[in-house]
Design a protein around this ligand. Structure first.
Ligand code: PBG
Length: 330
């Protein structure tokens, strides 16, 4: 059959028909909201390059955020901490009363059904801003593993459901799995940022988390944007080390990688719609150059279409709100 007998437009004629044949669904349950937590009380510090995102203190301010996410059906959060003091090894990262540990305990207490995920990395905590400890101005992979194990264990002990190592150290998943198991937390899951590119799209995040490296860049540990076969290798290694879920990051410029990793593995796949992707949409929408709502829902749907089960996105709360408004319109 071909034209004029075959006409693809027939199934696009009405909204109800389009819904019926839609291949990809996006729902609030697929979204994970990143949250930046800081010391202090009553703090809601806006981030200039990420309109709508703020650093929040661990008190009513955090409670309100979790509550407003819950109202629109977003029950998963990914926590990032900004410590009081930074040092060479990032000591607050694994301190029992560290900022993330306090945030986890508060969320567990107030809204226990929340899926609490935590970023496990050193860059927000070290005074040099690199993702591990340094030796001769280079990140010492194996010395960093021991710290990552301690960080993950302290997050699990505070009540985290999922720890998400993002530093691209070799062996990080294995080190964290054994630290958790030895510490009595074999029930807690690891979401590995297995496929993380050295991307300029992380720019605004480094303002939000105050984590820009003080010298050099992250190309010695994060991946070259030119590579996709290497992504499959990273994914395979992390699954073998015990990753329960994998992440591909960034999302929009890497949907081919999302698709490739989705086809090559059988664990749930998450993609991270990063700060720079968020900032571009916000900046254009502010000028009236893009329709924010339409663009965000289109981009998130495309990530699902490429193979992501879940999406970490700064748009989570807004997108979930739009989705629930859509589902109530007749
Ligand atoms: C920390 C980390 C980064 C992001 C998530 N975890 C920054 C980096 O690697 O430089 C980026 C997130 C974003 O841009 O939204 N290692």
């Amino acid at each position: 059959m071909s034209f004029p007998a075959e006409r693809t437009r027939r199934l696009r004629r009405t909204a109800a028909l389009r819904r019926l044949v839609s291949e990809t669904a996006l729902s609030a349950a697929d979204l994970i909201q990143p949250i930046f937590v800081v010391h202090g009380s009553g703090v809601r510090r806006a981030i200039a390059s990420m309109p709508g995102v703020a650093q929040l203190s661990v008190d009513e301010v955090l409670d309100q955020e979790i509550e407003s996410l819950r109202e629109v059906g977003v029950s998963a959060v990914l926590l990032f901490g900004i410590p009081a003091v930074k040092d060479a090894i990032g000591s607050e990262n694994f301190a029992e009363d560290g900022i993330v540990q306090r945030a986890i305990r508060r969320i567990r207490e107030r809204v226990p059904q929340t899926v609490v995920m935590t970023d496990v990395c050193c860059c927000e905590y070290t005074d040099h801003g690199h993702c591990g400890v340094l030796r001769h101005d280079e990140v010492d992979n194996d010395a960093t593993l021991e710290i990552l194990g301690k960080v993950a264990l302290s997050h699990a002990a505070a009540g985290a459901d999922v720890v998400a190592p993002s530093g691209m150290m070799d062996g990080m998943v294995q080190a964290i799995r054994s630290a958790l198991d030895d510490g009595g937390f074999s029930s807690r899951a690891i979401l590995s940022y297995a496929v993380k590119y050295a991307s300029a799209f992380y720019g605004p995040f480094r303002d939000a988390a105050d984590s820009a490296p003080s010298f050099g860049d992250r190309k010695g540990y994060q991946m070259d944007p030119a590579n996709v076969r290497e992504a499959l290798r990273e994914a395979r290694l992390d699954v073998a080390e015990g990753a329960d879920m994998l992440m591909v990051k960034p999302a929009l410029a890497y949907l081919d990688v999302v698709r490739a990793v989705h086809q090559a593995t059988d664990v749930p796949l998450v993609t991270y719609n990063v700060s720079g992707e968020y900032a571009m949409v916000k900046a254009a929408a502010e000028r009236g150059w893009l329709d924010e709502r339409a663009v965000v829902l289109e981009a998130l749907t495309s990530m699902r279409r490429a193979g992501a089960s879940a999406i970490v996105t700064y748009h989570a709360k807004d997108a979930a709100g739009w989705l629930s408004a859509d589902s109530t319109t007749p």
